[in-house]
Write a protein that binds this ligand. Structure first.
Ligand code: NAD
Ligand code: TYD
Length: 357
């Protein structure tokens, strides 16, 4: 099995690469990543010399590069995670989301389809044994307002941000290639992830970093927006499950049945950090600062993950409090990693996003 994983130097991708490299020594794992601000080879330093692992630097918006790579390496499977992933950045620069998430995904579909057809027996049997797995988000379903509602695989798409619109478009293309060319596609849509290696532009690692450095904790709006949080290693385990057991053409929602209001998470993080840093109780919570809300801010995401649990036998392994504790411990033990990703361009980003908010 020659398996291409895109975006493997990013947050979730690095956990997926590690899981596959260590669990399947008989597979050859190729990690294709552009190494944008979010891509970091330090995330994979523990497995970089594994005999079944190869890193390829490249950009999925470059169709020729992808065609050449597929001509050179006969991939059997693709797990596609490369994307622009941050909603706030999509509000200031939507076009880079169109390019990577939409055009990049279609380029990848074309490269896989063309090489599998060229090397195959002809007709749809060219796809025998092949698999194209597209990793997506629950944000494509839009925002929930009724507390009894959950996102199901059948929930109509209703993306509300440039990020979620670009992911929705990419999902549509993947399904269209499955329908039109009979490509062997499978998809999953996951809720918010958290854990080690999370880039500190996202809520949880940003708050950990700001608590540590005594900076204001910028809570958007009233802090009442709700997200469903899943430990990143549990998402990687779900991706392993869907890749190997998922039925072609199907979509699987992945989530932790773990809804939290943002402000409650920030308070939990403050209490955890006070304890870990030996600060008097209540110290970090004084840093909480309510700031101007995100434009078009989705109120609530909540996943119904019964399909993957019942049909494929996956379930989350960690409770949130335990996962958050592990996450905080990882950030405190990996100061050099955090220092490296919060220097330079991050400071410019942070100033632009938060200085006059
Ligand atoms: P991330 O931003 O941490 O990592 C994205 C990776 O993609 C980086 O390594 C980056 O260098 C790479 N990349 C970006 N543009 C590229 C390009 N043009 N060519 C090649 N590589 C490129 O993202 P993440 O949080 O790890 O998310 C991974 C995937 O999972 C995304 O598709 C995202 O939509 C999806 N997802 C994320 C979450 C979440 O909570 N973070 C939840 C559900 C789904
Ligand atoms: P984020 O981590 O950006 O994930 P997403 O928007 O994809 O769900 O944000 C999670 C929630 O936290 C979201 O409701 C926005 C909010 N948030 C803040 O209140 N302050 C912040 O500084 C950030 C980054 C997010």
């Amino acid at each position: 099995m020659k398996l291409l994983i895109t975006g493997g130097a990013g947050f979730i991708g690095s956990h997926v690469v590690r899981l596959f490299v260590t669990k399947y020594p008989e597979y050859q794992i190729y990690n294709l990543d552009k190494l944008t601000y979010a891509g970091n080879l330090a995330n994979l330093s523990d497995i970089e010399n594994a005999p079944n692992y190869t890193f390829i630097k490249g950009d999925i918006t470059d169709a020729k590069f992808l065609e050449d790579m597929f001509a050179e390496i006969p991939f059997d499977g693709v797990i596609h995670l490369a994307a622009e992933s941050h909603v706030d950045r999509s509000i200031t620069d939507p076009m880079s989301f169109v390019m990577t998430n939409v055009v990049g995904t279609v380029n990848l579909l074309n490269a896989a389809k063309n090489s599998w057809q060229a090397n195959g027996a002809g007709g749809t049997s060219a796809f025998d044994g092949k698999r194209f797995y597209h990793v997506s988000t629950d944000e494509v379903y839009g925002s929930l307002h009724n507390p009894d509602e959950f996102f199901l695989e059948t929930t109509p798409y209703d993306p509300q941000s440039p990020y979620s619109a670009s992911k929705a478009a990419s999902d549509h293309f993947v399904r269209a290639y499955g329908n039109t060319y009979k490509m062997p596609v499978v998809l999953s849509n996951c809720s918010n992830n958290y854990g080690p290696n999370h880039f500190p532009e996202k809520l949880i690692p940003l708050m950990i970093h700001n608590i540590q450095t005594n900076k204001p904790l910028p809570v958007y709006g009233k802090g009442e927006n709700v997200r469903d949080w899943l430990f990143v290693v549990d998402h990687a385990r779900a991706i392993d499950t869907v890749f190997h057991k998922g039925v072609l053409g199907e979509t699987y929602n992945i989530g932790g049945f773990n809804e939290w209001k943002n402000i409650d998470i920030v308070h939990l993080l403050c209490a955890t950090m006070d304890r870990k840093l030996g600060r008097p109780e209540g110290t970090s919570a004084k840093l909480i600062t309510y700031v101007t809300d995100r434009a078009g801010h989705d109120l609530r995401y909540a996943i119904d993950a019964n399909k993957i649990m019942n049909e494929l036998g996956w379930q989350p392994s960690l409770q949130f409090e335990e996962g958050l504790e592990k996450t905080v411990d990882w950030f405190l033990a990996n100061q050099e990693w955090l220092d490296n990703v919060t220097s330079g361009a991050y400071q410019t980003y942070y100033q632009g996003m938060y200085a006059n908010r």
